[in-house]
Structure formats: C-alpha cells, structure tokens
Design a protein around this ligand. Structure first.
Ligand SMILES: [Zn+2]
Ligand SMILES: [Zn+2]
Length: 437
C-alpha cells in the first residue's frame, strides 16, 4: 500500500519532464482548497551531469533531486538501545514498522538501537538501490560524455546515506552514513568499524560517506575548498581514515558538524553530490538566465577567423555537430569554427591561426546545470580539457576543489562532466572574435 506522501511524490515524478528543464512544482491544497506552494529545502546534484542523465531523468533516477517538505513528518530519532544474542530474530528487526540499527559485535552479540518517529524532521535517503525507501537513486558516475559508459563494479552502497531536515528550521539538514532498507533496518556487520563512547554506539560504513564544507560562502565565488571529513552512522564527524575502507576510524572533529551548508559536497565513493540550500539557490542563475547569457554571446556574432562564418553556441547539449559549432584551442583560448588549418596529422594537435600556439582543440559547450554556478555572469571561461563554459569565478572555484577519486586520491574535475582537469590551471579564458560590425 502506498501512503499519501508516496503517491504524491510518485505523481510529482511522473509530471516532471525528462529533458532537464525546470520541474513544475505540484502545489498541494489546504483544507479550503487553496493551493499553497511546496516548501523547498534544497537540492542534491550529482557532479558530472549537465542538467540531466544522458538516458533522460526517470523517476527516482535523475541528475538532481529536489528535497521538498513532506506532507507528514518522515524523520526518525534514536530511542532505546540494548544488547541481543541473535539480532536476526530480535523483535525490532523483525518488526518492519520499527526503524532500528543493528551493530554486530560478535557472532552472538549485537547492539540494537531502536529509532522512533520524529515529528520535527523529514528524512530523505540516497543510495544505489531502487527499493522504495531510497528517494534518490544514484549510480556510479564516469567522466566524459557517458554515451557508452558502463560501470562494471559499483562502489556505491545500496543504502548509502540519509539526510534529516528540520521541518521548522530547514537550514538544519543533517547527513548520516547508511540508510534504512525496506524492512527499516540498518545492519552493520562484524567487520564494520564501530565503537562505543560512554553509552552510545556508533560506526562507519564500508566505503564511508565523506563530506566537505566549503570555507566561506559558495555563492559569490570566494569560498575555498575545505577539508574532507567522514560522517558516521550516528552523524558525528571524523578525519579521514588512512584509506577509504580502513578498519581504524579517523580522529573525532568536535568543532565541525554534519549540518549541510550551501555548497557542501557529499562523496559516496563512486558519485559525488553537491548540496545547494534553497536560500543559496536564490543567488544562483536559473536555466533561463544561462540561456540569456548564451543568447548575448551569440548576438555579438562571433566569427571564425578562418572560415569567416558566424559561430553559434548551442543552447542545448547533445545537439550534434553543427556547421556553426564553435571550437576552442585549449592552450590559447581562441574560439574558431571547424576547419583543417594547422592540423598535425600525427598528433591531432593544431596550430592556432591567430597566435600560432600548438595544442588540442575541443568543442565548446555551455555548462547548463545552474546549481554548479557560484555567481551569475557571462560564461567567458571554459574548463580544460572538456570545453564546458562557465563564469570566471565558477571555473576558478571548481579548479581548486579536490574531489575524491578511486579509494585514495583526489582530483579537480569539471562539475558538468566529471572529466579530470588538465593544464596548469584547469581552465582557459575564451577569446572570441566578435562584435565586429
Ligand atoms: Zn590562439
Ligand atoms: Zn566538462
């Protein structure tokens, strides 16, 4: 049986278009039949997608998930805990209506923490599983255009994390490692890292949930990349383990919290999510703003210095190669059309006819996911080597953010396609030959 909230959320998904355009909000009616807009808490956006999944957004599988206030509170909070001999047969585990977390200590001992309904919070769950408790289904993200991308072995947990938002204070959105399964249980096996401080038991998931709060305001472009931390099942914050799934937990970081702030990154080991608060999004461009900025560049009628044809920056992704498609020389930033001048057949590199610099050339395309922008302005820069255009502050911000890569490393990536950045800076200033008449 579906409850009212589930029916409404399914209805909402079915109404949402799949081309990445703005989602229409389904207004709810109050007792008098007046429609009131839904309260938006924020958005979770997967790094590496430019507005929608390549195969189209469908249901709970999409490039971003909007968190709206639920009609009825769906949060849970810790209540009592006790030790049992066999968790599989204990009442709390067998009761599919009872949220509980089972921490296995040994073959015949486990601590069960029961969770009770919390009328003050709403819960949202993220993971690879398509089971109904997962609100946002997230798959491993591969760099590049992803047309033929196939992930052989996923490292994302089926029930990766949960976010609890305070219904009265939506700026208090807290993240916790692990999510409840269809039986409303979380099992931490014998091998999982766990510990007991005073009375409360806590633990880490296999690959962990890492978070990075930017230092400073995400909007405005003056924030710096903060330190990556690990978040526990109970919501405490720790320094990173020696390696991603090491047995030993990191040091507790008491002066940092699991409260998401605008621009916080969440790494699920295989996909990285950006949290944008509703408040922060008000200072970000809309899709319409971005389209207008493209129109303004196109209105300057940028010209190819070789073919002398007018170049047109496409307003949509995946439109295919067009005759007016602009290309950028990654070593100098000159924007030109398609031509064969200066081509080195053996390396594929080209000599720029404007400045004679030799280097790679790529298609120029607009970064269309508004959530990744740190300010509103003309997209006069592009990421190197993928050619995604954005504002100067946006490319400079992302070029300085370390994203976990594999199980041990970090790298800066283009947020629109997840391609690791190249060159000294990771971006290039675009030089158009425009406004000639
Ligand atoms: Zn050049
Ligand atoms: Zn890119």
């Amino acid at each position: 049986m579906l409850n009212k909230v589930e029916i409404q959320s399914r209805l909402k998904f079915s109404l949402e278009s799949t081309d990445g355009s703005e989602s229409p909000t389904l207004a709810e009616s109050d007792a008098d039949g007046h429609e009131k807009p839904r309260v938006k808490y924020g958005e979770l956006v997967i790094l590496g997608y430019n507005g929608y999944l390549p195969q189209g957004d469908r249901g709970r599988r999409r490039s971003k998930f909007v968190l709206y206030k639920r009609n009825e509170p769906s949060g849970v909070k810790r209540s009592k805990h006790y030790i049992v001999q066999s968790p599989q047969t204990s009442k709390a585990i067998l009761d599919a209506n009872q949220h509980s977390i089972s921490y296995t200590l040994s073959r015949n001992q486990a601590v069960i923490v029961e969770y009770k309904e919390d009328s003050e919070t709403d819960m949202f769950q993220v993971g690879r599983s398509s089971e109904s408790p997962i609100d946002f289904v997230v798959m491993d993200t591969l760099p590049g255009d992803k047309k033929d991308a196939k992930v052989m072995q996923s490292t994302i947990s089926r029930f990766a994390c949960r976010i609890l938002v305070n219904r009265c204070e939506p700026t208090k959105a807290r993240i916790y490692a692990a999510g409840f399964d269809s039986s409303r249980n979380i099992f931490l096996g014998e091998k999982a890292t766990k510990w007991q401080d005073n009375v409360e038991i806590d633990g880490l998931t296999t690959n962990g949930v890492l978070i990075m709060h930017p230092k400073g305001q995400f909007c405005g472009g003056n924030a710096k990349c903060g330190l990556w931390r690990e978040c526990s099942v109970g919501g405490d914050v720790f320094s990173l383990r020696e390696s991603r799934s090491a047995q030993q937990k990191g040091q507790p970081i008491y002066d940092e919290s699991n409260v998401l702030q605008d621009g916080t990154l969440i790494d699920l080991c295989g996909a990285t999510l950006l949290w944008r608060s509703a408040e922060g999004l008000q200072h970000s461009p809309t899709k319409r703003d971005l389209e207008k900025l493209i129109d303004e560049i196109n209105a300057g009628r940028p010209q190819c210095p070789v073919g002398l044809n007018t170049l047109v920056i496409p307003r949509k992704v995946n439109i295919g190669d067009q005759i007016n498609q602009p290309y950028v020389y990654l070593n100098c930033g000159h924007v030109q059309g398609h031509h064969d001048w200066g081509q080195d057949k053996s390396t594929g590199a080209r000599r720029c006819p404007m400045c004679l610099e030799v280097g790679p050339v790529v298609t120029l395309c607009m970064g269309l996911e508004p959530a990744f922008y740190v300010d509103i302005g003309p997209p006069t820069f592009a990421f190197n080597p993928c050619g995604h255009m954005a504002t100067e502050k946006t490319v400079k911000y992302w070029a300085n953010v370390d994203i976990p890569h594999g199980t041990n490393g970090f790298q800066a990536v283009c947020p629109f396609c997840a391609t690791p950045l190249d060159g000294n800076s990771g971006y290039i200033k675009l030089i158009f030959q425009d406004n000639l008449d």
